[in-house]
Design a protein around this ligand. Structure first.
Ligand SMILES: NC(=O)c1ccc[n+]([C@@H]2O[C@H](COP(=O)([O-])OP(=O)(O)OC[C@H]3O[C@@H](n4cnc5c(N)ncnc54)[C@H](OP(=O)(O)O)[C@@H]3O)[C@@H](O)[C@H]2O)c1
Length: 272
């Protein structure tokens, strides 16, 4: 029986991935900041572990405990993450550090903890959940994009580095997904109703544009299917662009000149 270790499984894509892998008969180490949030009592092959990915010691403990409990570690899904939205200039250093601590350093820590196990067994798959926002950028999301573009490049380089050890690195890049991402998980660098902030108008336009796009969002279950495919398709494919909206956007970007694409994005976000 294979084992998958997933971060950020209290809600959204992580929770859907836990359910899907368990339905396919996998052992699942479902990790989350607050295990009391777990909703997996109906799934006998799932074990829940407390894990805040910004806590390096907790990361090492959780990876080693899960490996000991299940006796194997085949796939790691680095999913935990959140969005920081708003003007860069208004962001506090604490907000910036927390964004990078979670979305990037969290991935580094969990990957570092898992690598000795994967390398010793000469097999394993590391799946990093990035975003379409790791391949193209929207206004008012600079710090989130910095983490996701960073993870995309990190993953592409690591793909080469780990290949000789039988370890595959993959990126699943979703477009919009109907989860808690844009709700309770979202953090803002500025209050959109604070008109003393010179960016307030831009923030309002961008938030309005994002909320009008909900209809084209994927479900977390659809993204979980892509993660499962990445884990089981037996290929060395690096990137999986997940969701029709993400695929369409990247196709459009590839076909347009940069100024034309920027103009389209500006208009789409009401910044004209
Ligand atoms: N939804 C989208 O539109 C979208 C699009 C592209 C990419 N993504 C990416 O998909 C991933 C999952 O997001 P989601 O859409 O499923 O949103 P979500 O429902 O808000 O889930 C995010 C998960 O990450 C966890 N998390 C946050 N900080 C953490 C930390 N320090 N340590 C451990 N876990 C932490 C949250 O835990 P708590 O319950 O403790 O807060 C939650 O379980 C993220 O990496 C996100 O960037 C989402």
């Amino acid at each position: 029986m294979k084992t998958v270790f997933i971060t950020g499984t209290s809600t959204g894509i992580g929770e859907a991935a836990v359910r899907l892998f368990a339905r396919h008969g996998w052992n699942v180490a479902a990790t989350m900041r607050n295990p009391a949030d777990a909703r997996f009592t109906d799934l006998p092959t799932v074990r829940v572990y407390a894990l805040d990915v910004t806590d390096e010691a907790a990361v090492t403990r959780a990876v080693q405990q899960a490996h000991q409990d299940f006796g194997t570690l085949d796939v790691l899904v680095n999913n935990a993450g959140y969005g920081l939205v708003g003007p860069f200039e208004s962001a506090t250093i604490a907000q910036i550090q927390q964004q990078f601590a979670t979305n990037m350093f969290g991935v580094f820590s969990v990957t570092r903890a898992a690598l000795p196990i994967l390398r010793a067994q000469q097999s394993g798959i590391i799946i990093n959940i990035t975003s379409v926002g790791g391949r193209t950028a929207f206004p008012m999301n600079s710090l989130y994009h910095a983490t996701k573009f960073g993870l995309d490049g990190f993953s592409e380089s690591l793909w080469y580095e780990l290949e000789p050890f039988g370890i595959r690195v993959k990126v699943v890049a979703p477009g919009g997904v109907a989860t808690d991402f844009a709700g309770r998980s979202l953090q803002m660098t500025a209050n959109p109703t604070d008109d003393t902030n010179p960016y307030a108008g831009q923030v309002r336009s961008v938030l309005a544009a994002f909320s009008s796009r909900g209809g084209s969002f994927s479900t977390p279950e659809q993204i979980a299917e892509v993660i499962y495919t990445a884990a089981t398709d037996g290929t060395s494919q690096l990137r999986y662009i997940a969701g029709d909206d993400a695929q369409q956007l990247l196709k459009t970007k590839a076909e347009m000149s940069e100024p034309a694409f920027q103009s389209m994005i500006r208009q789409g976000f009401g910044l004209v």
